[in-house]
Design a protein around this ligand. Structure first.
Ligand code: ATP
Ligand code: MG
Length: 156
């Protein structure tokens, strides 16, 4: 069965909103026809959770986090955008490596694994993950996944 992405992500966002309460406002924006996506729910949930926890953790209370879901003919693109502390440009690429943390984290706790795990999950789906960020302005992480998994990858 293909996954109903609209339902899937709106459930996850609703759950996350209950957890963060009024500390952050999570906004869901959707475009395109989100039908015909075959993927692994567990991996997708892991990607969502790691990226969403970063967006919340590295942006101030009272902030907004936007989740955009865009469906194209053969790809699904989603991005998580925050208006938080941002990441120095020279460090951005390195942060997808296990145990790497930015100089921006100060006393905010973490292990440096979230992005590495998200990247591994995205690659199992035959997709890619990119990050754009500016210090003091915020961060957007974008994931692009093929709607149908490549042969030899996980079965749906
Ligand atoms: P954890 O393993 O608990 O997720 P972590 O958040 O430190 O720990 P990653 O999620 O891998 O680890 O993120 C790596 C680093 O990238 C962070 O330590 C932080 O420096 C930076 N980072 C990731 N997402 C954001 C974001 N949305 N805004 C600012 N910095 C970020
Ligand atoms: Mg993290």
């Amino acid at each position: 069965m293909p996954l109903d992405l609209l339902q899937f992500f709106s459930d996850l966002i609703e759950q996350e909103q209950e957890i963060v309460g009024d500390r952050h406002e999570l906004i869901f924006k959707v475009s395109g026809n989100n039908q015909g996506f075959w993927g692994d729910r567990g991996l997708l949930q892991q990607i969502f959770s790691n990226l969403m926890s970063n967006a919340i953790k590295y942006s101030p209370d009272g902030g907004t986090v936007e989740f955009h879901l865009i469906s194209k003919e053969s790809q699904v693109i989603f991005s998580i955008q925050d208006w938080g502390i941002g990441i120095p440009e020279a460090e951005q690429e390195n942060l997808f490596q296990s145990f790497s943390r930015g100089s921006n984290v100060d006393t905010i706790p973490g292990t440096g694994l979230g992005l590495a795990i998200a990247k591994a999950c995205v690659e199992l789906h035959g997709g890619n993950i990119t990050l754009s960020s500016e210090v003091g302005r915020g961060t957007t992480v974008t994931v692009t996944l093929p709607k149908v998994l490549p042969i030899g990858q996980l079965s749906p």
